[in-house]
Design a protein around this ligand. Structure first.
Ligand code: 13P
Length: 255
């Protein structure tokens, strides 16, 4: 396993936090805090109304801007929705898809996740595809089945070429916002399951290059243990990403 060839990705999912003005203040500070961060990729996902200002604020830095969702059509009568070309025009390079909060509260299904993934790729956006089991599923011994179903359906009909930009995020629902991080052993087992499945479906090369991020109560205190695992290639950080110093400390986990 050539884990060293996978550049770590540290991504912040702000969820429904921060106005446009707060976003610019944050990024101006965060840019300075992370200006010497090397060997990793940095992504920040603010809410829609702050995306264009965020993209402008990070110009000249290595920070990439992600949206938190997109619709699969390019345009149309879809009140409240935002398309891939619109996100590209706002300066986004990445987009989070299938977050468990969208599955739980907004009717996201494996099928709509797949449509969004394909639309993102066609539109030149890098999908960050979220999968993860609930507490009830874990306690019922269904974790592997749930992960395999979610990854199979999210990446259905893709080829090794079309899938190559994709990043996957394993986010056990019971670890999100709870302070209850998965142990590195639990996370590593899930990441290994996901990578093995991608190897089976899309081949060894795609699987070896695929970055699989862990998400769920990632903090400066636990990122190092997670990143030491061979199949954990980064973090998708919620709460701790709202504070520039905490997110910068997570990015500098090696120092
Ligand atoms: P927390 O880091 O707040 O647990 O959130 C994780 C998450 O949902 C990132 O997408």
């Amino acid at each position: 396993m050539a884990a060293t060839t996978r550049a770590p990705v540290l991504a912040g999912n702000w969820k429904m936090y921060k106005t446009m003005a707060e976003t610019v203040v944050y990024l101006n500070e965060f840019k300075i805090l992370t200006q010497y961060a090397e060997g990793c990729e940095i992504v920040i996902a603010p809410p829609f109304p702050a995306l264009a200002a965020a993209a402008e604020a990070v110009q000249g830095s290595k920070i990439r801007i992600a949206a938190q969702n997109l619709h699969w059509e390019k345009e149309g009568a879809f009140t409240g929705e935002v398309s891939a070309p619109m996100l590209r025009a706002a300066g986004c390079s990445d987009v989070i898809i299938g977050h468990s909060e969208r599955r739980q509260y907004f009717g996201e299904t494996d099928e709509t996740v797949n449509r969004r993934v394909r639309a993102a790729l066609e539109g030149g956006l890098r999908p960050i595809v979220c999968v993860g089991e609930t507490l009830a599923e874990r306690e019922a011994g269904q974790t592997t089945d749930v992960l395999l179903r979610q990854i199979d359906r999210a990446l259905a009909s893709l080829t090794p070429e079309s899938a190559s930009p994709i990043i996957v995020a394993y986010e056990p629902v019971w670890a999100i916002g709870t302070g209850r991080t998965a142990t590195p052993e639990i996370a590593e087992e899930a990441h290994q399951t996901l990578r093995d499945r991608v190897r089976k479906n899309l081949g060894a090369e795609t699987a070896e290059h695929l970055r699989i991020l862990y998400g769920g109560s990632v903090k400066p205190a636990n990122i190092q243990g997670l990143m030491a695992c061979p199949n954990i290639d980064g973090g998708l950080v919620g709460g701790a990403s709202l504070e520039p110093a905490l997110m910068a400390a997570i990015i500098h986990y090696q120092s």
